[in-house]
Write a protein that binds this ligand. Sequence first.
Ligand SMILES: [Zn+2]
Length: 193
Amino acid sequence: MKKCKCHTSTALGFRDWKPFQECAEERFETIPQEQGVYCFRIGKGDITKLKKIKSAFRESPLVTAFDKMRIVSEKVSKASNQLFNDCGLGQEWGLKFPNYAEALEYDLNGIDELPGNDGCPILYIGASDSLRERIKNVMEWKHPLSVPLWAFLYSGWTIQVGVRSITDNWNEEAKIKREYKTDHRKLPFIVKR
Ligand SMILES: [Zn+2]
């Protein structure tokens, strides 16, 4: 396959590619509030070291803390079950909590899908009715790219963001993806449809 043009400064019609770290530091205030399309790509990073990235992230204080949280959640679940039973409410009423440790591991394993397309740096193509909110979602664990992106950054990668305001955002997203698929035969990384 011939090398794609997704490394260039005008890749997929996006200009002003900016490091994600810079956007986050600015609390995403330089990202437009209005609707549009957006894209994430690798600025600097070695995609042959994916195993290392995963193991480094698993040893991070975040994963350790989520593991502890799981153990505490189980204790609270048991204690509440006991309390409700003591109150004469019967068994199996124990409070349930999300297993964040498991969810984090699941999302982290999404990294296995890289390299999606031989050397192509594009990680994600999307559209939103509020670009700023959507990019911010990555920091709130509300975006499919959240955990992989944190893991990449934790291993010293640079991730770039491109945004473009456009009112016909959903059609534009479909058009970019269609063109991307024509050039690369499949969609990038964790983009499913
Ligand atoms: Zn490409």
